[in-house]
Write a new protein. Structure first.
Length: 538
């Protein structure tokens, strides 16, 4: 800090990165609280020799005994038992109109050096918010302690559910198929248990295997996920107003609460996103002959959504990740801040992450960008689509991360209008009195629950067919292979017709059922039914 920057700070006043103290003859005790607050959040400047008048103006009064004040202050910080961790402080002196100003820059502590508290009392942990220092609440201290732990949350053992009941076999099968497609031949001969153990998702104690918490979040059965996470994995809301506008009477037009494992959550989110977002036809893929009609911003959306799923603090049971579709953009809010220096978040290169095993699992199947390139890719690609650059807030004090993808109001208004239309149609068909969109949403959620609980009797090969269509549409020939038939035998044709009649599958070209390019894809109902597959031994 120099005199020029000090002048700007004095004009702007105290905020989250600067604190003024009069400290003419001694350093005030409250200065230690500011040190704790800065070290636990983003760091900041502590300035001695500045008086704060009642009218809100700041005046340079100077430190009368600068040597004594500086030495006493720095010595106190190094007194045994005063601080539980070391803190990096850089001191400097400025002179203005014959007055001495002491400037101390307090660096942010690394995650292993948090929380920084005073006098050996964990309750004397402070955080910086706005222009003040605030004593941290118990849940805020718990978040700091969890992030400071040497062993990451996702690598710790989970013992609340028996091993044979811990995993969703459908999810694990899907993941291994994607894994072997991305890395042909690697670990293909291993059993599921051997595969999980080789990648650190199972811990071994003698002859006993225990899944990690990360393994349960990735591949867990519904029961295991509910035991490990007593809150939704993700809350998705479609709203009919702009981000900075007050909440309307109708809180949301549509909502999706995901309480499954991470991969099943992504599957449900993807289906909802593709259903609502505009999908302009972009030609035919010459290799697969499939339509290329992903929404233009799908790559950016996928990266942001995957980051939401793999980087959140799953040990925080008081808050949930929220994805909001506004009329003027998409907002991604995560419990848990991003580690490291904020100024380097856009730079390439490896960065420390909260859940390394979750990140690695997604990278192995190419479902997220390579290390350190995700945010930079979004910043480069999103504006090329005609949008403003993405904006983010890494809140150290609140232990949260928020990313906003601005979008043209027309595009997102069309999405809102589409949702409203569908809800109105649903209401009118019910022959009941007109209802608000929120009431229609409740009905839709109830219908979803009914679909999930519906008893649909499927043969083993029909279940395999649904699973094969989970990721991408499949041809009849590929489904024959999955079902174990060599030709379109009567049993296969009958079983496939049942899947179509029950709306578990749908043709990609409905108006040309006999087209040679015909494929079959999984419907939302099919996804609900498939998600009920009972976890079994692996």
């Amino acid at each position: 800090m120099n005199l020029s920057s000090l002048k700007k700070f004095l004009k702007a006043g105290e905020w989250n990165d600067v604190e003024f103290k009069e400290a003419r003859v001694s350093g005030p005790k409250s200065a230690l609280e500011t040190v704790s607050a800065f070290a636990n959040t983003h760091g900041g400047w502590l300035v001695f020799g500045i008086a704060n008048h009642q009218n809100g103006e700041y005046e340079v009064v100077g430190v009368e005994k600068p040597d004594k004040v500086q030495n006493d202050f720095l010595s106190t910080l190094r007194t045994k038992g005063k601080l539980n961790h070391e803190v990096t402080i850089t001191e400097n002196r400025l002179h203005k109109d014959g007055r001495t100003i002491l400037v101390f820059h307090v660096a942010e502590n690394p995650r292993t050096g948090k929380p920084l508290y005073l006098d050996g009392d964990l309750r004397r942990t402070f955080l910086r918010r706005g222009g003040g220092d605030y004593k941290a609440q118990p849940q805020e201290i718990e978040r700091l302690l969890r992030d400071a732990h040497i062993d990451r949350w996702d690598g710790q053992p989970f013992e609340k559910v028996a091993l044979k009941e811990a995993f969703h076999t459908g999810t694990l099968k899907w993941y291994r198929e994607k894994f072997h497609q991305a890395i042909p031949g690697l670990n293909a001969e291993l059993t599921n248990q051997e595969f999980l153990y080789s990648w650190g998702f199972l811990l071994k104690d003698g002859r006993r295997f225990t899944p990690t918490q990360g393994a349960v979040m990735l591949f867990g059965s519904p029961m295991a996920v509910h035991h490990i996470l007593p809150r939704p994995t993700l809350d998705v809301q479609f709203l009919n107003h702009n981000r900075k506008e007050p909440l309307s009477e109708t809180r949301w037009l549509d909502r999706l609460l995901c309480e499954e494992n991470i991969f099943q959550t992504w599957d449900k989110l993807l289906a909802k996103y593709l259903f609502y977002m505009p999908r302009p036809f972009q030609g035919i893929d010459p290799e697969t002959l499939a339509r290329r009609d992903d929404p233009p911003g799908f790559r950016v959306f996928r990266e942001a959504a995957v980051n939401l799923l793999i980087h959140q603090d799953y040990g925080d049971h008081t808050r949930k990740a929220v994805l909001k579709f506004y009329k003027d953009g998409i907002d991604f809010w995560n419990p848990g801040d991003v580690f490291g220096d904020d100024s380097k978040l856009w730079e390439p290169g490896e960065k420390e992450v909260r859940n390394p095993s979750l990140v690695r699992a997604f990278r192995h199947i190419s479902m997220c960008e390579q290390a350190g390139t995700g945010l930079r890719m979004m910043r480069e690609v999103w504006p090329k689509l005609g949008h403003q650059a993405p904006d983010y807030l890494n809140d150290r004090a609140g232990k949260s991360f928020e990313l906003f993808l601005p979008g043209p109001a027309q595009e997102f208004s069309q999405t809102s209008a589409l949702i409203e239309t569908k809800l109105k149609v649903t209401t009118s068909r019910s022959n009941t009195r007109p209802q608000k969109a929120q009431e229609a949403q409740v009905e839709a959620q109830e219908a979803q629950v009914e679909a999930q609980e519906a008893q649909v009797k499927l043969s083993p090969w029909q279940t395999e067919v649904l699973a094969a269509c989970r990721v991408e549409p499949q041809t009849t020939r590929s489904l024959l292979s999955v079902a174990g038939y060599k030709s379109r035998a009567g049993n296969f044709k009958k079983g496939l017709r049942i899947l179509l009649e029950q709306r578990l599958l749908e043709p990609t070209i409905p108006d040309r059922p006999n087209s040679r390019l015909q494929k079959y894809r999984l419907t939302d109902r099919g996804r609900h039914i498939l998600a009920q597959t009972s976890p079994g031994e692996f």
